[in-house]
Design a protein around this ligand. Sequence first.
Ligand code: GLA
Length: 331
Amino acid sequence: MEKTFGKLADGRQARLYTIENGRLRAKVTSYGASLVSLFVDGVDVCLGCDDVSGYECNGSYLGAVVGRNANRTGGAGFELNGERVTLPANEGKNNLHSGPDSWGWRLWEMTAHTENSVTLAIHSPHGDQGFPGNADVTVTYCIENDGLTITYRGVSDRDTVFNLTNHAYFNLFGQDKPERAMDQELMVPGELFCPDDAENIPTGELRHVEGTPFDFRTFKPIGRDIGMDYEPLILQGGYDHNFVNSGKVCAVLRNPETGLTMTVTTDCPGVQVYAGNFLDNTGKGGVYYGKRTGVALETQFYPNAVNHPEWPQPFVKAGEPWQSVTRYAFE
Ligand code: GLA
């Protein structure tokens, strides 16, 4: 199903696509290829807005697809094939989510739509956001069995970076129960996380979670240790850190009251766990999303990986088709 999602300030129309099977229903807009809603057994577990005006240049990246390079790039630049690639600095002297001309704030083109899937495409010219190569990128949302699968594909005519993510915030109590979001229980199998400096750039250390508030190897409420007197929590204002994935499952979220779980599997090397510490948005049905009213589980390369050759690298060769898959499965 397809319908209008309202008009942007400049008059352009955004579209809203609904995809479903029996138990799951998702809504995706052409604006930012953003995930607007995700209903599981009738409960909407994803934060979003009622129409496109709520999304225009939203600083919280609600449900947005972020590319070409998710998360932060220290010094807003990096070396590729011996040449300096310069990105716009939009967070102090650093780059966040590829800069102010975000893919999450552009209209994507629908190229395929069935009852249970939709594909949105974007053309990113050479030099877009500072990145080399004319790139064609698609994002496919597909509801299969008990889960939503997001498949990212891209190809560029020069060597470039592909490190896309989806910035959806989840609340398994329902998006209209913001006060319960930190009661969600989280399990992250990864044993290592990236402490950041005061500018949210990883220091380069991969720290073991043992004995720290970052130990989510068994389920615990996200809010339980978030206020602890521990430097990485203080510097970032709560959880906003990359975990090093140890296998395909990178995170499991659970509603301890209903037992609903969301298992996130990915081929990405990391997952950014962001507890919505700076959320400040009016959402669906007039619900106010304030501080810590949802959790984003952004599958991606480690932040600033482009400046850490010792870490898994998001570089892709000219002409080589690139693909990445993340799935959110519900039980
Ligand atoms: C972006 C990032 C999050 C977090 C916030 C802070 O949304 O994706 O990880 O750092 O900014 O406002």
